[in-house]
Design a binder for this molecule. Structure first.
Ligand SMILES: *[C@@H]1O[C@H](CO)[C@@H](O)[C@H](O)[C@H]1NC(C)=O
Ligand SMILES: *[C@@H]1O[C@H](CO)[C@@H](O)[C@H](O)[C@H]1NC(C)=O
Length: 459
């Protein structure tokens, strides 16, 4: 599928940055008049507000000889779908021949390095041939939230709906999902919590080529779109980001670490080691916070965070890592909700109009064969554009700064705009799902009501 290049270089991707800076400023000025502990809490709050989510994780690490050529094992080519081959897995086959699982020195924890992962994974796959077909495009979607109940009274309800959305997407496209709500390293909390989970998931899922981290406050708003994995063939990490904002503007919001694809390979293990070395579990954590703040002038809080750490590695160790990191800016690999939310009604009308004109697009069908209709629709989306200003459904909408679980949303937004925005996006996505079940929410702001869909709708 082709993505027009418009918007990819010119758009200011995270225009929440200046406003966050402002509210962060006001916050620290206010708190400095109060006690140290309040200041500390304030700092954490600003951190959380600025990053927009309790759980965002990223991870990778480099290796001079990445070996993820499983072509001998895989019969699949360029398919964009992540479900090829799932039908033939032999789930009751685990021969006694030893693999990395039998090595007592190998640990799942983030504090110990893994070596020769590509060979180890390959060996496991050799012993489990039923996972070979479709290997290259196999994805495990990873997400999660905190171990305790949400402070926001509707927080757990919202998280459930955000999670339902991810399950919906993966049921339609055949990816596996793992929802984690345990802290796998006691000191790696909030946005650092994802790194240990990504590592553990790689070891638990040698059959998955990609781990797809998606923050708990991000949702799929195009249930048909499939990742253009073909374009990431030569890369090991994919994030939504913009090179000039990293290398010229040196901005900590030049990319977003809340959604990323990372290849299950040694490079990623190595990258995650270096990345995690700026985390709160290390003695140099405070120092990394200072270094980050001195380089990235728009950063508003003191603590070293995973997103800035990633930008830092691109900027300072460009030669070592950058050639394997794909900065996706051509479509909403992840998009800022405020930029998106106002367009959902118009997008709905555009799609209705399209379906009125094309009988096949409105043909009723089984949910399982949805990818066929998604591919067909591409033909009618060639003029839709991508990203900001486009009338294509945005792929992933990210509620950065809304904090559905804690409720401690960024002061720049009203509570109402966050909750209305989430409701609207969740129903927008749910309508694409419910339709396969014969129903539709007549209003994007009303989650409760549904109407049955007449035959041949919307003719
Ligand atoms: C799956 O593996 C088991 C155990 O090795 C074997 O007995 C069975 O025949 C396999 N099933 C298929 C469909 O290959
Ligand atoms: C939606 O479409 C209407 C009518 O074409 C237009 O006036 C309006 O500006 C559009 N709104 C957005 C947010 O694009």
């Amino acid at each position: 599928m082709a993505f027009p290049h418009q918007h990819s270089h010119s758009r200011p991707p995270f225009n929440q940055a200046p406003s966050m800076a402002k509210s962060g400023f006001i916050r620290s000025k206010t708190t400095s008049l109060l006690s140290d502990s309040f200041l500390f809490i304030g700092g954490i709050l600003v951190t959380i507000l600025a990053l927009g989510t309790l759980w965002s994780f990223l991870n990778p690490n480099p290796n001079p000889n990445p070996v993820h050529d499983f072509s001998a094992l895989s019969s699949d080519g360029d398919s964009l779908s992540c479900d090829s081959g799932t039908q033939s897995f032999n789930l009751s086959h685990d021969p006694p021949s030893p693999t990395f699982y039998d090595d007592p020195t190998l640990t799942y924890t983030i504090d110990k390095k893994i070596t020769n992962w590509d060979q180890k994974r390959k060996q496991w796959l050799r012993h489990h041939p039923s996972f070979a077909a479709g290997l290259e495009n196999r994805i495990l979607l990873l997400t999660g939230s905190q171990p305790s109940p949400c402070k926001n009274p509707i927080g757990d309800h919202l998280l459930l709906r955000f999670f339902k959305n991810k399950v919906d997407y993966c049921r339609i496209h055949g990816c596996d999902v793992f929802y984690n709500n345990a802290l796998l390293h006691p000191k790696m909390t909030t946005f650092w919590a994802k790194l240990p989970v990504v590592k553990a998931a790689m070891l638990a899922h040698p059959e998955a080529e990609w781990i797809w981290w998606v923050d708990s406050d991000a949702l799929f708003t195009d249930m048909e779109f499939t990742l253009p994995l073909g374009r990431y063939k030569a890369h090991n990490l994919v994030v939504h980001g913009w090179a000039h904002l990293i290398y010229e503007k040196k901005s900590w919001v030049s990319l977003n670490a809340g959604v990323f694809l990372i290849r299950n390979c040694q490079w990623s293990m190595d990258f995650m080691d270096v990345w995690a070395s700026m985390g709160p579990q290390t003695p140099s954590y405070d120092n990394w916070g200072k270094i980050q703040k001195s380089i990235f002038k728009d950063k508003v809080f003191q603590e070293s965070d995973d997103q800035t750490a990633l930008v830092y590695l691109l900027l300072k160790e460009r030669d070592k890592w950058a050639d394997k990191i794909y900065l996706e800016g051509e479509y909403y690999f992840e998009g800022y909700w405020l930029e998106i939310i106002g367009s959902l009604e118009n997008i709905t009308s555009k799609y209705v109009e399209m379906e009125r004109g094309v009988r096949t697009l409105r043909r009723r069908h089984a949910e399982k064969v949805g990818e066929f209709y998604g591919a067909l629709r591409e033909e009618y989306l060639v003029d839709a554009g991508n990203g900001r200003g486009s009338w294509r459904r945005p792929f992933i909408t990210h509620f950065t700064g809304c904090q559905p679980c804690s409720g401690a949303h960024n002061q720049e937004y009203s509570e109402q705009s966050c909750w209305d925005g989430m409701n609207k996006a969740l129903n927008f996505a749910d309508n694409q799902v419910l339709r396969k079940y014969g129903f539709v929410h007549p209003s994007l702001l009303d989650s409760t009501s549904v109407n049955p869909l007449p035959y041949d709708s919307p003719a």
